[in-house]
Write a new protein. Structure first.
Length: 189
């Protein structure tokens, strides 16, 4: 009788240990959702990678925005090497209009153009964005810059909307009209 009790206690103890540990033997290729553990691990990894990629893109966008704001009020000589250098944009008779820069914002490759004022300083940096709807950009910019100073999301008669952020170094205008979305940085007066 003592043997049966000891065996029963031993079996009960082993059952308890197995239940407490997470070492349940499941075939490596099966899982309740997809039937493939490796696929589930990859999907989980992809989601984490996508989140990290999105965060990196937002961080990169914030850095580029800060760099563009730093360009405002600078001469061509002072700004020429900013944003990785730019290509001169001038008229056929040599009048300097500005520079064209290749930038990455919102995970998109874009071309930013500068315009100089009568003092030869950058007064505007503008670019056309890829998506036809400004809302996704508005959300990302609000995450980076905070709440805008002014938002006109109701379409005007021409079908345009605008959102404005004012920063210490300049203002930022997100503008949508006729399916085109642009971002403009302006030097404060």
């Amino acid at each position: 009788m003592k043997k049966k009790i000891c065996i029963g206690i031993g079996i009960g103890f082993l059952t308890f240990l197995c239940a407490c540990s997470n070492t349940v033997s499941v075939p490596e290729s099966q899982n309740s959702e997809t039937g493939n553990i490796e696929t589930d691990k990859e999907e989980m990894g992809n989601t984490e990678a996508e989140t990290a990629e999105t965060e990196t893109a937002a961080d990169d966008t914030a850095v580029v925005i800060e760099s563009i704001l730093d360009m405002l009020g600078k001469t061509d000589e002072q700004a020429a090497d900013m944003l990785g250098g730019g290509e001169l944009n001038q008229t056929d008779d040599g009048i300097l209009i500005g520079r064209l820069y290749e930038v990455e914002l919102f995970g998109e490759q874009l071309q930013a153009g500068t315009l100089y004022d009568e003092n030869g300083e950058i007064s505007v940096v503008t670019m056309q964005l890829n998506e036809p709807d400004a809302e996704a950009y508005r959300i990302q910019l609000t995450d980076i810059l905070g709440e805008p100073e002014k938002t006109d999301t109701q379409e005007s008669e021409s079908g345009s909307t605008a959102t404005v952020w004012k920063e210490e170094k300049g203002s930022i205008l997100l503008y949508q009209s006729y399916g085109l979305v642009s971002l403009e940085f302006q030097k404060l007066p």
